[in-house]
Design a protein around this ligand. Structure first.
Ligand code: ATP
Ligand code: MG
Length: 321
């Protein structure tokens, strides 16, 4: 399988009161065609910033270095105009809270229509037809009526479906979904995930799925990257990751998953907290919290060591396994 997206040495920094701080610091990963890549890690580790860096939608005080190759083009090098073509057309993003990305003053039908018109050559009538088709495809009841309704008239689950319909309407090759179901209740969440899965199977779309929920990872993903303090600390096939986690942080994450199928914040079992971006420890960033830490861990930063089936940023695996 060829990679549709290849992120290399991505470093994203923000200007802050502490100076310029790197909140994403040397991130490498790729997404293959038709693959769902999960991105996990506790709050603040840089998942959203990574996705916003790919879309070039960072806040004004942020900037990225490194490479983000999409179909041979480095997204960090192309013009804003070229990037606009790629957003929505090739790469679409679904956010956690759809209300912030839907226009409250415009009917949902018009918004989908506009996204169709922006990216495809089609007549208004065709765009409208497509908008209604998309609403139907995402399982909206009464799509003809919903077409004329405003975002505030819809429930959270319905708004998220509208976002997905918008994202899908241009048949993107890659969807970046940042906690797409976190704000929804469990049944709606299951429906939305099922819908994304269906769309993916029908169109061979690749998905980068950011989530706090390891249950969602188990359900949806092929491969997973685990992030900690702005870096990838482990990368593995989903089954490998669940059955044989390597990095002590990943092991901690796995242990903090309860047996019951309920949502629980990460890391109840890992003491301490994530270091702040302007106060990164020397050596391994996880070492201050790690029960397996050795002297070298406090001195020298480990690279992402390549193991047989996974990669792991931990000195325990420096010699391979
Ligand atoms: N515009 C900004 N200026 C300064 N710092 C920022 C900015 N945006 C994000 N950050 C910081 O970057 C770090 C990573 O944030 P990010 O939103 O990517 O975390 P996350 O992994 O998505 O967390 P969550 O799981 O809570 O969504 C955080 O420490 C955050 O405070
Ligand atoms: Mg986030």
């Amino acid at each position: 399988m060829t990679a549709i997206l290849e992120v290399q040495k991505l470093r994203t920094r923000f200007k802050t009161d502490y100076g310029k701080v790197a909140v994403v610091d040397g991130v490498d990963f790729s997404i293959k065609e038709g693959e769902t890549l999960g991105v996990v890690g506790e709050s603040g580790c840089g998942k959203s910033v990574t996705s916003l860096s790919i879309m070039r939608l960072l806040a004004g005080n942020g900037s990225s270095e490194g490479h983000i190759f999409y179909e041979g083009k480095d997204l960090l090098q192309i013009s804003e105009k070229q990037m606009q073509k790629i957003r929505g057309n090739d790469i679409a993003m679904i956010f956690q809270e759809p209300m912030t990305s839907l226009n409250p003053l415009q009917t949902v039908g018009r918004q989908i229509e506009e996204s169709v018109l922006l990216h495809r050559k089609s007549s208004k009538a065709e765009a409208k037809k497509r908008a209604i088709e998309m609403l139907k495809a995402v399982g909206m009841p009464r799509p003809d009526e919903i077409y004329g309704e405003y975002p505030h008239q819809l429930s959270g689950g319905m708004r998220q479906r509208v976002m997905i319909a918008m994202a899908m309407s241009c048949e993107p090759k890659l969807i970046i979904a940042d906690e797409p179901t976190t704000a929804l209740d469990v049944t709606i969440q299951a429906q939305i995930l099922e819908l994304m899965q269906k769309v993916k199977e029908e169109t061979n779309t690749s998905i980068m799925l950011i989530t706090h929920d390891l249950g969602v990872v188990a359900e949806m993903c092929d491969r997973v990257i685990v992030m900690y303090a702005g870096q990838v600390v482990e990368e593995a096939d989903k089954y490998e990751l669940f059955e044989n986690p390597k990095h002590p942080y990943t092991i901690g994450l796995m242990n903090s998953v309860p047996d019951l199928d309920e949502e629980v914040e990460f890391l109840e079992t890992i003491p301490g907290s994530v270091p702040l971006a302007h106060q990164m420890p020397t050596g391994c960033r996880f070492a201050p919290r790690c029960s397996k830490a050795m002297p070298i861990c406090h001195e020298q930063e480990p690279e992402l060591f390549k193991l047989q089936d996974q990669q792991c940023r931990c000195w325990l695996y420096a010699e391979g396994v």
